[in-house]
Design a protein around this ligand. Sequence first.
Ligand code: MG
Length: 309
Amino acid sequence: MTEPRGELAFIHWIRSQLPSADPRVTIGPGDDMAELRLPDGGRVLVATDTILDGTHFDARRDPLPDIGWKALAENLSDIAAMAAVPVGAVGTLALPRDFTMAQGQDLFTGLKRCADEFDCPWVGGDITSWDQRLAITVTVLAHAERPVRRSGARAGHCVCVTGRLGGSLLGRHLTFRPRLAEARRLAEAAPLAAMIDLSDGLSTDIGHLCRESGVGVCLEAARVPVSDDAVQLAARDGRTPLDHALNDGEDFELLFAVAESDVARVLVLDLGVEVTVIGRFVPAAEGCTLVDSQGHALDLKPGGYEHWR
Ligand SMILES: [Mg+2]
């Protein structure tokens, strides 16, 4: 493979290898889910994600049911990002060779609890074992009449985010609830121009959305909703709470674009989670900036998680 190495560069190269037009592919790579047209004219969304012991969880410390929950929940978060409804899920469990039956059952209990709570039938998969640490890959199928893409944000649209960000490492990254119902209610209340779920960190994920939409963004630091976890973590490690909110991964909240004329319709919803307007999309030439409390515009650099960097 040619340099530069890294997840984004590799994805870019893979996309260059794929045919640009296939009538079966209604949404190709680059979104939270791809969409395929079925022979009968129906459409199905599909996405997959892997979590690895030592990278996305720590099997020596984290409860196995929580690990199982996370494996499915982060896939459901991609379904939420399209404002879609789950159709079903399959997965591969790569178990360490010394894994016991009871451990396998604990792991699956969490997975199944997530499947039941979010009404996503678990329909099988594959179990394998090896001399390495636990790895779980889940693939989900979903459907939406009008999937919300990453590509529809336009200059002037408001940037909105659900929940509070940062510090998920203190536990929320394992036990979060994917924003499935919230996403559908938001999409019903107003046309959402674009949406993504925050898996790699706000500063990185907003870059993905801007790239796909061909826009820039201007965020107001003072408006970014900072979680209590971010404040707690900042007190320990000397980074600022805002730094955690911007750059920590695995919040699994929703970031979306909505026209200013529609924003009131999403802000009045009682979702059980707050929705905050944190800035505006701007023309691409203006780039991605963060305006601090003194009014200084700083470059908003992706500081979140890029895999395989
Ligand atoms: Mg996603």
